[in-house]
Design a protein. Structure first.
Length: 245
């Protein structure tokens, strides 16, 4: 039988580091899904700077037996297939360390938000388990993970996409990743508010004008306008956020 190997995304050899700010292992049946995403934008920059080490791990590498089976029909009957507990337990036995935090991406998890992203950005090692098919053997959630996270009230084909979204939200908060550190402070959800509207050149286009206050050069007035705009947006569009002053 041909050798089965993980599809792993590493830093370029000359840039690899052993002590990145965060190490992220994503356990999945579809590791190649991360190739394009991890090679672009802030995730690429974070990896090249040595601030984050992100590895896509093929769950089948830890599946026992000749055929590397990772899923079986559910006990009690029903539609779909369920990811088995053994490969996941085997993988965690190998990957988990004293500083690891294990997260299961699950529709039953707590809803992911900016506060959760900021909290996780302080972790040294994240292991994210990507659910697939009908779900994951519940013994994984009961005994093997530290928390469950959901992106929202909808269903994706598999949890790898969710894990990559969480990785992006976490990594961009690491010091040194964003070109302007203030960006992570001002953006939506950072203070319980949606972000204020942005404009750039030209000052007028098809009769649509930039608000005069932004052209005034009065920085105190601009700051007050932006704060009021953020509060108004939040009240209109996301009253559930509270619209903190």
């Amino acid at each position: 039988m041909a050798e089965i190997r993980s599809y792993v995304i590493w830093l370029p050899e000359r840039r690899r580091v052993s002590k990145a700010s965060v190490q992220i292992d994503i356990l999945t049946l579809f590791p190649s899904m991360g190739e394009g995403i991890l090679g672009e934008s802030m995730l690429r920059i974070a990896r090249e700077k040595g601030l984050a080490e992100i590895r896509m791990r093929n769950l089948r590498d830890w599946a026992p037996g000749k055929h590397r089976v990772t899923d079986e029909p559910p006990y009690g009957g029903g539609a779909g297939m369920v990811l088995k507990v053994e490969p996941i337990a085997n993988a965690l036995d190998e990957l988990r360390g004293p500083e690891s935090r294990v997260i299961l991406l699950s529709a039953q998890g707590a809803r992911f938000d900016q506060a959760a992203a900021r909290r996780l950005s302080g972790e040294k090692h994240l292991i994210m388990l990507s659910g697939h098919y009908e779900g994951v053997d519940h013994r994984v959630a009961e005994h093997l993970v530290d928390e469950e996270i959901s992106l929202g009230d909808y269903v994706l084909t598999n949890g790898t996409l969710s894990a990559l979204v969480v990785a992006d939200a976490v990594v961009r908060l690491l010091p040194g990743v964003l070109g302007d550190e203030q960006s992570a402070v001002d953006e939506s959800f950072s203070h319980g508010l949606l972000e204020y509207p942005h404009y750039t050149r030209p000052a007028e286009f098809r009769g649509w004008k930039v608000p005069d206050i932004l052209l005034s050069g009065n920085h105190a007035a601009i700051e007050a306008w932006r704060h009021e705009q953020a509060r108004e947006r939040t009240r209109e569009r996301r009253p559930d956020l509270g619209g903190n002053p």
